[in-house]
Ligand binder design. Structure first.
Ligand code: FES
Ligand SMILES: [Fe+2]
Length: 347
């Protein structure tokens, strides 16, 4: 396994806004250490640099901000937001070669998004938008967990919700017997839907006054790794939702075998935020994560297809998602190789 499993020319969620306050904040993204800080109190005024000083490779995130520049904690070189060394505390001479890699970073609706690929291709119009993050009067909760697993295994898990039957007893458990469908949208996103026509009313009769309900989960994968889930529960025989919960599952690779899993969810009317938050932490942290991490251990460094997995009908969305991602990775590698050949022949 290597970093070729990541798309580089894409926006990845870096952090929730409230994680990055006054001090430099470090996080590893696609195997690269990154430090982000706010240049001023103004939201949106952000700098993202590689978290490695070009002198002796100290983590800049352990340094302090001096007049808006970050000071290396080892020998004190100071760098501005463009990654240029602007001050040497021992001399008026600033080493011209002292430069730190920078990354485009943007803040949208309480989330920070970073671009790890070619900065010239970073188009802010392509940052994933989550409607309820943007809506002024919506109630939603959010969280983050880091899983010791390849981000694609977490996408597989999200795109095959038939695991709910065994992994999530509180979300229907053995009654969750969905009919599965999958399709690709014109824009290339992949959708999988899971409909159970008649199952126990896992919300309880105080929420939906009936012993049984119809439940439909529809999840949409948008490359590289944002998933939008609509969970709709209605009366048996009706498609008109009584309870709708919308959630986002945003995966950012930390390394080839670990992933930052950002999630958020709407809170439907009548539900306390704490109930939804606790339900999701239970599902992701205590139920999904241990299973996907155990799968990663069993797979070791092997690629999924090299192990000849048995495929079930419920894999339809995950397989479609994998094929689409593989095509995007192939196209990005071909483009990178073409650029490398071009620069080699012109030099
Ligand atoms: S390691 Fe940063 S100044 Fe020496
Ligand atoms: Fe799950």
């Amino acid at each position: 396994m290597n970093q070729a499993t990541f798309l580089r020319n894409a926006w990845y969620m870096f952090a929730w806004s409230d994680e990055v306050l006054a001090a430099p904040f470090a996080r590893t993204i696609l195997g690269e250490p990154v430090v982000v800080y706010r240049n001023s109190a103004e939201a949106g005024d952000l700098t993202a640099l590689m978290d490695r000083c070009p002198h002796r490779f100290a983590p800049l995130s352990k340094g302090q901000l001096v007049n808006g520049n970050i000071e290396c904690p080892y020998h004190g070189l100071q760098f501005n937001g463009a990654g240029k060394c602007v001050h040497n505390i021992f001399s008026s001479a600033v080493p011209a070669a002292a430069k730190v890699k920078t990354y485009p970073i943007q803040e949208v609706d309480q989330a920070l998004w970073i671009w790890m690929g070619d900065p010239a291709l970073a188009d802010v119009a392509t940052i994933p938008l989550i409607d309820y993050h943007h809506a002024r009067d919506s109630r939603w909760v959010s969280g983050l967990t880091t899983a010791k697993a390849d981000y694609r295994l977490l996408s597989d898990n999200l795109m095959d919700l038939s695991h709910t039957t065994l992994i999530h007893p509180g979300l229907g458990g053995r009654d969750y017997m969905p009919k599965v469908r999958s399709w690709e949208q014109p824009n290339g996103d992949v959708v999988a839907s899971f409909t159970t026509e008649n199952m126990n009313n896992f919300f309880g009769e105080e929420v939906i006054p009936a012993p049984f309900v119809r439940h439909c989960d529809t999840i949409r994968w948008s490359p590289p790794s944002t998933h939008y889930l609509a969970s709709q529960t209605s009366h048996v025989g009706s498609e008109e939702a009584v309870v709708s919960i919308y959630s986002a599952h945003i995966l950012t690779p930390e390394t080839p075998t670990s992933t930052h899993y950002f999630w958020s969810s709407t809170v439907p009317d009548g539900f306390p935020e704490e109930v939804i938050r606790e339900t999701l932490i239970q599902a992701f942290d205590r139920e999904d994560k241990p299973m996907v991490e155990a799968v990663q251990v069993r797979m070791g460094d092997a690629e999924l297809w090299d192990l000849n997995p048995v495929l079930l009908p419920s894999d339809v969305g995950g397989v479609r998602m994998r094929r689409k991602l593989e095509a995007l990775l192939k196209a990005e590698h071909a483009q990178a190789n073409a650029c490398a050949v071009e620069s080699a022949t012109s030099s």
